[in-house]
Design a protein around this ligand. Structure first.
Ligand code: ADE
Length: 235
């Protein structure tokens, strides 16, 4: 997959995505990541990319033209353009699975107070990673690119690594344990030590449903678990 980011701060994306699994995916050619800095698409002496908002107000607004030119340079017929903004559709695992099928993603990252609204129609989708305001679209792009890259076939070495995981099927994942079997007096659940694959699968499925019901009743499968006993303290 090819991903390009239109950003004034490429290092905010390049650096975190050079480590660990995504870093390796880049080295191995599963992900090709490129950057376009709107500053390189200006024509004035100061390479101006932002200006004061019309109508007054605090902060600066990113100008449309440098972003437009950057996008024009990199956009192809099969590109899918995503504008990162807290106003956008909320990112989730089903959308990550959809985006992982695309050949070319382009992320437009706003900074300062945002981008001139006239850029919005250039994007195929406005996307938010949650109901909070970041300093810019860059950390959001990192989260989305990370979640999408690990779904590209071949990136995770164990083929089934993404099959049973959290949010796939609308459930949180069952808890994991590793050695030692007893840690500071806390034991690993019996079922996991049984060596009985059917029992282990059943235990994990029950745990996943119970956990989802307790921690995330808002998820599609969150209503499937038994309700917690009445009188149990809710924080
Ligand atoms: N830019 C600023 N905040 C954001 C958010 N929550 N999601 C996506 N882009 C953003």
């Amino acid at each position: 997959m090819r991903v390009d980011a239109v950003t004034l701060f490429p290092a905010m994306i390049d650096s975190p995505l050079s480590e660990s699994i995504v870093g390796r995916a880049r080295e191995e050619g599963f992900l090709e990541l490129g950057f376009l800095n709107p500053r390189d698409f200006t024509e004035d002496r100061h390479r101006t990319v932002d200006d004061k908002p019309y109508g007054g107000g605090t902060g600066m607004v990113m100008m449309a033209e440098p972003v437009y030119r950057a996008l024009k340079k990199v956009r192809k017929k099969n590109s899918f353009v995503i504008l990162l903004t807290p106003k956008g559709r909320r990112f989730d695992q089903p959308l990550a699975l959809e985006l992982a099928k695309k050949k070319h993603l382009i992320f437009i990252c706003g900074h300062y107070e945002g981008i001139d609204e006239r850029v919005t129609p250039l994007a195929d989708m406005e996307l938010s990673i949650g109901d909070y305001v970041l300093t810019g679209g860059e950390p959001a792009a990192v989260a989305v690119i990370d979640a999408v890259t690990r779904l590209i076939p071949g990136v995770l070495k164990k083929e089934d690594a993404t099959v049973n995981e959290t949010f796939t099927g609308g459930l949180l994942e069952a808890p994991h344990y590793t050695r030692p079997g007893v840690w500071r007096g806390e034991k690993v659940p019996e079922a996991l030590l049984s060596g009985n694959h059917k029992l282990i699968a059943e235990w994990r499925s029950t745990q996943a449903r119970e956990l989802t019901g307790k921690a995330r009743p808002d998820l599609p499968a969150g209503g499937q678990a038994k309700k917690p006993a009445r009188g149990k303290k809710k924080i």
